[in-house]
Structures are given as C-alpha cells and as structure tokens.
Design a protein around this ligand. Sequence first.
Ligand code: SF4
Ligand code: SF4
Length: 289
Amino acid sequence: MAILDPSKGIVRVVFYGRGGQGIKTAGRILGRSLFTSGFNVQDFPIYGAERRGAPVYSYVITSSEELLERGPPESVDLTVIVDKSLLNLVNPEGVLLVNSVFPLENAMSVDMNSFIGKLGSYALSAAAASASAALINGIGRNEVIEAINKEVIANQYLLKKEVEIAVSVFDYVKKLPTPKTIGAKPKKDELVELSFDGPDISTPLILAKGTSTLRKTGAWRLVRPVVNLEACKACYLCYLACPEGVIKLNDESKPIISYDNCKGCMVCQEVCPFEAIKAKPESEVSLIE
Ligand code: SF4
Ligand code: SF4
C-alpha cells in the first residue's frame, strides 16, 4: 500500500520522537532508501540542546525532480510520531502514522514497540523508517535493508535483528488500510527570487553599540595587513571576506583598512587573488605609523 509518490511531485516526511529513539537515524535510513531507489533527497534533523528524552524531529524531502527548496518545509505529506506522548504537542499533517498499541482516529497505528521487543528504543529508527518507506511508492525492502546496514552503527547481531524488524514492519504496513489525509494540503512549490545587491548593500554594517566599531581591537594584532594599492585590481574580495567588516572601499573601489579595529586574522591576504596584501609584523611597524 504505497500512497505517496515522489515520481509525481515532492513528498515531505517528518518524524517526531525523543532524544535516544533514533529519530535522526530514522530520517537517514529513509533518506538513503529513497536515494538508492533513484530519488533526489534531503534529510535533516532538528533539535535543541542535545538531551536524552528531549523532543527531536527529522525531515525527509524527496522527489524525482530536482529539489530546490531548503530548510524545514511549510507542510508535510506524512507525519510519523514515534513517541506517542508528542501527539498533543505537534500539528500532524498529511497521512498520520503513530507508534501506538491502540487504534487512533484518522491515523495509522503501528505498534512498533511490539515489533522491536527486547531490543528496545534502540531499534525504533529501523521500525519507523521502514514503516514510512512502506507508504512511499518506489522503495522496496532491499533498499531499506541496505540503508539500515549503512546507517546503523551496531554489531552484526544487532544489525541482523534490526533488519528483521524492519522487514516485518514493512510487510505489516503494506497490508494496512489507507488512512485519511488530515491537516493542511502541501502548498504549491514556489521559487523565491533573490535579487542581486552590490557589496556596498549586501555586506552587513555593524552599527550597534559595543561592537568592533567602538572597541579598538587593533591591539590584538601581531601582524597587520598592508595593501599595495598599485597591485590591487579593485576586485573587493578582501572587503567581502573580512570577518570584522573593517575594510572600506575608496573612490576607486580599493581597500582602506581600519587599523584601529583590524584583528590581524589575515583572511584578506588569503583571499586576495593578486597578492596585493602582505603581512607586516607589528614589531616592525613604527609607533607613529
Ligand atoms: S586582517 Fe582580518 S580583520 Fe584585518 S582587514 Fe584583514 S580580514 Fe579584516
Ligand atoms: S582582494 Fe586584493 S585585489 Fe581585490 S580589492 Fe582586495 S587588495 Fe585589491
């Protein structure tokens, strides 16, 4: 029973669970299964401070077409809730698959814990990934097995057990009736046009009090960047790359460095394609220079 089809458009999946339940790994297994099945994939977890038991979620976005979106999607087609205690904390969308021993309204209930038995939460990633893979057109069991073998770090005994669990869950979910789709429909994919701004606009200015503009950080420097304005070709790469934003451009778009604030990291020298910036030890700089 495959109900999501990445060959017909973007499919977005989210796994919700808690630290220690392998939520990130579930995303990796599903992502790799899709990739080896020939789809384009992004998979990435999101969590706050890493802590066992803290909520974690992981996204998998896939399509046979090029994926142009970035970051967490605005809506999803499949919500997989691995830890049922999170059911009231999230806003499920699309097809809802829950790790639950009880049947749930408008959701597909799969008792993943009964499949993993004594292996415990360690094996939840394989169970959750294979349950979701069974709902996606174009992924076979072999791709899931291969992904588990690549993504799960475990000894041969545990790996074998995880594969067995994944195959059982996969076959079980394939036989379940299709649940209703709930929540918001995925929005139409849109490209955001980003216009080009020149470096004088797109480079951030630091104006707030207490920043390097006001703090004279030049005393930290052991070497100073010295610009040879004749060798400089006004490409302004140094201006863009300076992490302190202490390079201005003169009327000819050539760099003027504020030695009051330059920390001497010499990034500017590194990026200059014309070797127009040299490092001069501060010990060789005259005090009145
Ligand atoms: S040395 Fe570092 S801080 Fe100084 S101008 Fe070059 S890039 Fe900026
Ligand atoms: S990177 Fe070099 S050539 Fe380009 S503006 Fe800076 S000093 Fe001049």
